[in-house]
Structure formats: structure tokens, C-alpha cells
Design a protein around this ligand. Structure first.
Ligand code: FE2
Length: 331
């Protein structure tokens, strides 16, 4: 079925602001397609994120990747059997998406979803818009998308039963949020119940913690750019902050996301809230922010912590022994 989040697109007339935001803050590579279309690269693929002036301001699409043409056909048949209207898109749109073929359909909240196979690889290396080490993509996909929904119960069965997403975990406080995976990335999709269908954020994961810290400095240098302060998530262990984009949603710049084993993973309710520390959420209503802060204070009191998740070549083990640290580990 679906393998990963392959691409995403958003309608906006602020192409200049988006170019600036994408390259200077996030570190994406801007590729000009036309006067009305801005594309971003983040790896070897020709494009991962597009901003389209001709789409409506609040419109968006998400491209979910399948293995091949047979998998795309099977998915189309499965959707139609479930009563979902599926459009086999013409070659012109596949060319614009830089993929071999795609189908399109809508989720129950009205989001345009596309499923595709055969993403085109660029013949030039990825050149980040700012001096970052790069983005963690490959089989994990481009990152994750978080949607706000009126009602999670009205949307979740479609993603789980029809599209094959698996529940990773969920929180009920300080807001309801459900997290879903397709591959070892802890979540490729999450749904937050806010009473309103919309786009909450897109997460991209950088190779180095310093990439995120430097992006944070860039964001701090701009008035009102930070949507969520630096912090660390309890479930995917991501250290991240959220920047407001020129559109009405945020981009989460993260580092150090855990990998899970989808075969043995058991979903749980998390009662410690969404963050081990930090992540002051500008977007939350005042009362929910208070609840979130109390949850973090309790986490701090209990010394809630998780090991950092690092890639080979991206760390150095500290030498020597330390009676204090050995004691911490034993407990
Ligand atoms: Fe996120």
C-alpha cells in the first residue's frame, strides 16, 4: 500500500516570501518552474514541495508514494470498492508532479490526496538554500504532515482502514492528537482535533541538531516567526521548533526522530503530553497552553527523558567512566 509521504503542494500568492522562507530559514533548494509555480528540492528528487499561485490560498495536496504501477492500480481499485471517487490524472499532471503516474481522491475532511509511483530523480546534486547538512528522507519520506480536523473519529477510519495507516500513539490532553505511521518514521501523518478542518504543519527532519539550532536563530531574527518554541517531543523524540510560513500553517524543523519497527509496534495512549520540554505553542488557546505547561512541569519534576537518536557518523561517544552517570543509568 502506501509507503511514505512523497510530496506536498500548497496554494499561495506569496511566492517571493515562500522562496525566502524555504531557502533562507528551512534550507530547501528553490527551483523555478514558472511565474506561478515554485518548487523546492530537499534531496535527489526533482521536487518535494511546491507552492502554486494558481491554487486557492487554503488549498493543498499531499502525494503518497506507492511501489509501482501495479500497487497504484490496486490502491485505486481498493478506494473505489470503498466508495471513494478516484481520478486517474493525465500525463500532463504527472509531468508537473515529476512522477510517472498518479491518481487523486479526497479524504473525508476534503483534503486532496494523490497517490503516485516513479518519482523523477534530478541529474544535479541537491544544493541546500542555506549551509545545512541535509534532510532525512529516503524510505522515511519527506517528513510528516499534521492536519487539523473537526472530528478525528470522522476521518481516522479512512486513513486506517482504507489507506492502511497504522496508529502509532495518541494523546487526549492538552488537545486530542492521533499519530500514524507507514514506515519506520514514527508518524508520517497526525490528526489534531481543533473543530476545524485545516493544515497544521509540515515537518522536515535535518541531519544535524545544529541545522535546527541555526534555523531557530534565523527564525528568532524575524518578528513573529516562531509558532512553537524549541522543544522535544515525547513520542517521536524529535527536537524541533515550528516556524510560521507565509501561508496559514507552520513548518516544523526537526532533528533526531526515532525509528520504530512497524511489525511489532503497539499503539499506546501517552499521558505525558506532546513534549518532554519546551514547545510553547503560540497557536493554542490560553487555557490549553496552561494545561500544556503544567504537564511539562510534571514531566520535569519526574525527570522524564529519552535517549538521543543519532545516525552513524553523527556522534562521538564520550570516553571514560563517571560514577555519577553510571548511577543515573542504573536507575
Ligand atoms: Fe510534528
Amino acid at each position: 500500500m502506501l509507503r511514505s509521504l512523497g510530496y506536498a503542494g500548497f496554494g499561495s500568492t506569496d511566492l517571493d516570501d515562500w522562496r525566502q522562507f524555504g531557502t533562507r530559514l528551512v534550507g530547501l533548494q528553490a527551483v523555478e518552474r514558472s511565474a506561478s509555480l515554485l518548487a523546492f528540492r530537499m534531496d535527489d528528487r526533482k521536487q518535494r514541495i511546491v507552492i502554486d499561485r494558481e491554487m486557492g490560498e487554503a488549498s493543498r495536496f499531499f502525494g503518497w508514494e506507492v511501489a509501482d504501477a501495479a500497487a497504484l492500480d490496486a490502491l485505486g481499485a481498493r478506494l473505489e470498492a470503498a466508495g471513494v471517487t478516484v481520478t486517474a490524472e493525465p500525463q500532463a499532471l504527472a509531468d508537473a508532479r515529476r512522477v510517472r503516474a498518479l491518481i487523486a481522491f479526497r479524504d473525508p475532511a476534503g483534503n486532496r490526496l494523490e497517490a503516485f509511483h516513479g518519482a523523477e530523480i534530478d541529474d544535479t546534486p541537491f544544493a541546500p538554500g542555506r549551509a545545512i547538512s541535509g534532510f532525512r528522507t529516503g524510505p522515511l519520506g519527506l517528513g510528516h504532515v499534521v492536519l487539523t480536523v473537526e472530528n478525528i473519529g470522522a476521518v481516522m477510519p479512512f486513513y486506517v482502514e482504507t489507506l492502511g495507516f497504522a496508529l502509532s500513539d495518541y494523546i487526549e490532553k492538552p488537545f486530542r492528537a492521533y499519530f500514524f505511521h507507514l514506515n519506520p518514521r514514527h508518524h508520517s501523518l497526525a490528526l489534531i482535533e481543533t473543530g476545524r478542518n485545516g493544515m497544521h504543519h509540515l515537518m522536515v527532519e535535518m541531519f544535524s541538531l545544529d541545522d535546527v539550532g541555526q534555523a531557530y536563530d534565523v527564525a528568532l531574527s524575524e518578528p513573529d516567526r516562531i509558532g512553537v518554541t524549541l522543544g522535544r517531543h515525547t513520542n517521536d523524540f524529535m527536537t524541533s521548533f515550528y516556524a510560521k510560513t507565509p501561508s496559514a500553517f507552520m513548518v516544523e524543523c526537526g532533528w533526531g526522530g526515532r525509528e520504530i519497527d512497524p511489525k511489532s509496534w503497539q499503539p499506546v495512549e501517552m499521558t505525558d503530553g506532546p513534549s518532554l520540554w519546551g514547545h510553547e505553542r503560540v497557536w493554542l488557546p490560553h487555557r490549553d497552553r496552561e494545561v500544556a505547561r503544567e504537564m511539562r512541569m510534571r514531566a520535569a519534576e519526574r525527570g522524564l527523558r529519552a535517549p538521543v537518536q543519532v545516525m552513524e557518523g553523527n556522534y562521538r561517544l564520550m570516553s571514560g567512566t563517571c560514577a555519577w552517570w553510571d548511577g543515573v543509568r542504573e536507575n
